[in-house]
Design a protein around this ligand. Structure first.
Ligand code: BT5
Length: 258
């Protein structure tokens, strides 16, 4: 695939709103398959089957969160497509900071955390359509915690809990503006390297963090030492060997010096 064909400056953004959907990602993927253009954004007030990674569930009650999915048709090399969810996490991080003064961390690969709890989850999926390959980027941002089930209370947080009166419309426009600004930068000649640097400037997980990595049935502890050019996490194990982690869950291991 060619490096960069055009910069996506002229993308037309369109928002389609639904009262209820099983999943905005599923709806966006269906429309991408049917040829929907880049820039279409599906928003639902609730999701009845919100999806996380690895078929996990995203709790999406009515009025408690912003649930949206954006169709992208990236003109970057295929090997850099894994940077799209990382780019989205940077964009959400910046939108929360600029519009609401909420400062967040990014847990690799793409959980947006406030006070070490998850405020936003991101799910990027690729869709092979007759009109070419598309990416669907799903973003779930908790606005309040009024309907959190008990199992989320310790691990999740919300914009409201961060001290801000949540305004879903302002959040939506701010997130979309930020996503397309960073998406444009990803298409710059040095866009992939810029993305890695900007991600690491916002994520405490990139360097020097002791973490447990859960990769399928395997689990090991190591210290992070940067990202590969495609966003994979470099982890040094206790025996000093280096592991490149591409698809895994990560947990912070609290050590006295970390
Ligand atoms: C994610 O998966 O974090 C990706 C979530 C993406 C959700 C958006 S909403 C719009 C779009 N449409 C969809 O159908 N999905 C996307 P993962 O890293 O696998 O995390 C899932 C885990 O997060 C679950 O197993 C729970 O432990 C936890 N979780 C579920 N709902 C949550 C919530 N509302 N807030 C915080 N954590 C949650």
């Amino acid at each position: 695939m060619a490096n960069v064909i055009t910069k996506p400056n002229d993308t037309v953004l369109e928002i389609l709103r639904f009262e209820s959907l099983p999943s905005t990602n599923a709806e966006a993927a269906k429309r991408a398959t049917n040829g929907a253009a880049e820039g279409l954004c599906i928003v639902a007030a609730e999701q009845t089957a919100g999806r996380g990674r690895l078929d996990r569930r995203w709790v999406s009650p009515k009025g408690a969160g912003l649930y949206l999915s954006i169709i992208l048709r990236p003109r970057i090399e295929q090997r850099f497509w894994p940077l799209i969810p990382l780019m989205t996490a940077v964009a959400v991080n910046d939108a929360l900071n600029a519009t609401f003064n909420v400062r967040t961390d990014i847990k690799w690969p793409n959980d947006v955390l406030f006070n070490e709890k998850k405020l936003c989850g991101i799910l990027a999926e690729s869709v092979d359509a007759p009109t070419g390959r598309a990416a669907v980027v799903g973003i779930g941002i908790n606005l309040n915690e009024s309907s959190f089930p008990i199992e989320l209370q310790e691990v999740a947080t919300s914009v409201e809990a961060a001290g801000v009166t949540p305004n879903a419309e302002l959040m939506l426009s701010s997130v979309m503006e930020s996503v397309f600004r960073w998406y444009g930068r990803l298409h710059d000649p040095e866009g992939a390297a810029t993305m890695i640097a900007e991600y690491c400037a916002r994520s405490s997980y990139c360097n020097g963090k002791t973490i447990r990595i859960l990769e399928g049935d395997e689990s090991f502890i190591g210290v992070t030492c940067g990202l590969e050019p495609d966003g994979a996490l470099r982890v040094e194990r206790e025996d000093s060997s280096l592991r490149i982690v591409r698809a895994a869950d990560v947990e912070h291991v609290r050590a006295s010096n970390n």
